[in-house]
Design a protein around this ligand. Sequence first.
Ligand SMILES: C[C@H](CNC(=O)c1ccc(S(N)(=O)=O)cc1)Cn1ccc2ccccc21
Ligand SMILES: [Zn+2]
Length: 262
Amino acid sequence: ACSSRFVLSQMHPMWQEPLEVPGGDRQSPIDISIRKSVFDPNLKPLVTRYDPRTCQQIWNNGYSFLVEYDDRTDKSTLHGGPLEDQFRLCQFHFHWGENNNWGSEHTVDRHLYPAELHLVHWNSDKYSLFEEAVMEDNGLAVIGVFMKVGRRHEGLQKLVDALPAVRHKDSVVEFTKFDPSCLLPQNTNEYWTYAGSLTTPPLTEAVTWIIMKQPIEVSHDQLAVFRSLLFTSAEEEVQKSMVNNFRVQQSLKDRTIRSSFN
Ligand SMILES: C[C@H](CNC(=O)c1ccc(S(N)(=O)=O)cc1)Cn1ccc2ccccc21
Ligand SMILES: [Zn+2]
């Protein structure tokens, strides 16, 4: 999997914005202003082929919880959309708030969602490891899916039921046979795309962002279980609940947001 080889140990609490940022002209997240986005008729439909047998584990890394996939072969892939190459799924994770009024990293015309899902892929046509791709400007592709409060999401529930086992930072639990396509909205042909960065250190400007227009619905109780996770490890005496794990919005600078729809 793409991140378990790195324990982000010497990381300052990520929500104190680091001083220097690599480049700094294509940072994420951003507000997606609908009127500023440009329809691009050449954008293709997204093609995701995810094999649930590559699902391996859930890991609390002290910032979010990651569901990690075996990315040693091209079994779970993404191509199409704005992408020239084929990308390999390595993990997905979420960002959420302390209540249902905020929590997403991206916004649409300043509208905040209570949570946002990120499916992280790296360019396996050009690079041989995630760690290489993360330093290159065409290295990563992240699908962002907004989450709003509504009906219970049956596919998400298997994940929610596993969360108490990874309550503390650095805890890992086996998690298999999960098909992340169940977390995509039924309409994946309508999305925005722009050139951005990781939203946590090292904030490298390696990400082609693909943000779904249609949110998925999850229940209030399912989000409440996300908030029962902890930033802190079992040894630490003061336990801090894992909430508000989103980065502040960054300037669009000289970028164009393209939409796949009119
Ligand atoms: C980046 C990597 C840890 N971070 C991520 O994998 C990651 C993925 C997606 C997002 S988001 N929220 O934008 O979707 C954020 C972070 C570790 N790692 C690998 C190489 C490497 C080099 C220096 C420091 C850490 C390093
Ligand atoms: Zn993320």
